[in-house]
Ligand binder design. Sequence first.
Ligand code: FMN
Length: 199
Amino acid sequence: MTKRINKHYKHVYKTIISRRSIRRFQQKKIDPEILKKMVNAARLAPSGANLQPLEFFIVDDKDLCNKIFETTSWAGYIKPAWKPKKAERPVAYIIILVKEKNNPWYLRDASFSTENIVLTAESNGIGSCILCKINREKIREILKIPDNIIVDSLVALGYKAEQPITVDFIESIEYWRDENEVLHVPKRKFKDVVHINKF
Ligand SMILES: Cc1cc2nc3c(=O)[nH]c(=O)nc-3n(C[C@H](O)[C@H](O)[C@H](O)COP(=O)(O)O)c2cc1C
């Protein structure tokens, strides 16, 4: 039993540390049941005062995906400006909506739910990229979302067509692509971010 539990936890940890933002996708449909699982995981995330101010909009219709793609911006540090080619675009999106503007915790709730979405994707072998540089008004228009609902952010999804790697942060936090088009993502070293018992 303990052995089985340990294996389960190891899997969660591995999923967390291996997830990277994916910006190139295979054009293979995601089973709608897996997309629903992602929203189910989002729904069950921690929520400030358990107020649960969020709703989630799944888009996997091809025409709608094409329209949503036009509202997105990708990999701001890559110059010249870059976006996925037509044959590399996301095949689904989950849009994070907020129905209670006055909830002081909604950004935290959105962050936890989003992490649950990307980890559920990763554990199903699906790549994801959180996108906040988006045209919210255009998304509202495309999806006919009522004015009283906030369009917070979205998660772009699809089976991976790239595998970025992490590197130790040295001078710059800007990610970059090498000559083989592999994305290198600088991360601060453990020893530089941790304080144990004293600052
Ligand atoms: C709040 C937030 C907003 C983001 N917005 C975008 C975005 O608009 N476009 C994009 O390509 N990536 C976006 N990202 C992805 C980040 O660039 C990415 O998480 C960061 O470079 C670290 O890489 P990693 O996710 O592979 O660890 C966003 C991530 C977060 C957390």
